[in-house]
Design a protein around this ligand. Structure first.
Ligand code: VGL
Ligand code: ZN
Length: 207
């Protein structure tokens, strides 16, 4: 059973990972707009301020696709065209407080959702992004994850963080699901908890 915590507990050995808070997900006019994606930004900004105030690192991931990639439905995948590198949709949302480095993923046409790794769509082979190295070089021992979307990139990043040995927390008030099927977001939170991720804030399924 996982305790519901109220304080993410930032310090110099922790990092806040803000996942894909980009226009295509967070702006209501984005290509893959997540319902309520823009509503979490003030909360995320308060977390950035709390984290930086306690000496924690903040890292921002960006979904960063080429114009043609098997990630997109028109090229064999499942998603509408989104977060094409160097376009408005791929930019971090303008209201997001940015105080840390960025990790971009997918730029060589790889698939996969985690901030830590990408997947070659033809061979299935996984390769690491620079995120783990960046955290280790900074002496980071645990991570707090929030952003978009709960059921894809947040989930994949949190599960990878656990596999890599980081005690991992997610911020319930700082995530929103795509919910392709109703309940995907709640199931993703349950899956993360089963893997050892702790939830900070409102319990899944509560109003
Ligand atoms: C994501 C769908 C497709 C995400 C990225 O950031 O969660 N979801 N690409
Ligand atoms: Zn994507």
């Amino acid at each position: 059973m996982t305790t519901n915590l109220l304080d993410p507990g930032y310090d110099r050995t922790s990092a806040l990972l803000l996942i894909d808070v980009q226009n295509d997900f967070a702006d209501p006019g984005g290509a893959l707009a997540v319902a309520g994606g823009d509503a979490i930004i003030p909360f995320l900004n308060s977390q950035v301020a709390a984290a930086r105030g306690s000496g924690a690192l903040v890292v921002y991931t960006q979904d960063w696709h080429p114009a043609v990639t098997p990630h997109f439905a028109r090229d064999g995948g499942i998603w509408p065209v989104h977060c094409v590198m160097e376009t408005w949709g791929a930019e971090l949302h303008p209201n997001l407080l940015v105080d840390g480095s960025r990790v971009r993923k997918g730029s060589a046409g790889e698939d996969g959702y985690s901030g830590f790794s990408t997947r070659d769509p033809s061979t299935g082979r996984e390769s690491p992004t620079e995120l783990d190295g960046l955290l280790r070089a900074a002496g980071i021992e645990r991570v707090v994850v929030a952003g978009l979307a709960t059921d894809y990139c947040v989930k994949a990043t949190a599960l990878d963080a656990i596999r890599l040995g980081y005690p991992t927390r997610i911020l319930a008030d700082g995530i929103r699901p795509v919910d392709l099927a109703p309940g995907d977001g709640d199931r993703a939170v349950a899956e993360m908890q089963a893997a050892g991720v702790e939830v900070v804030g409102r319990p899944a399924g509560s109003p």
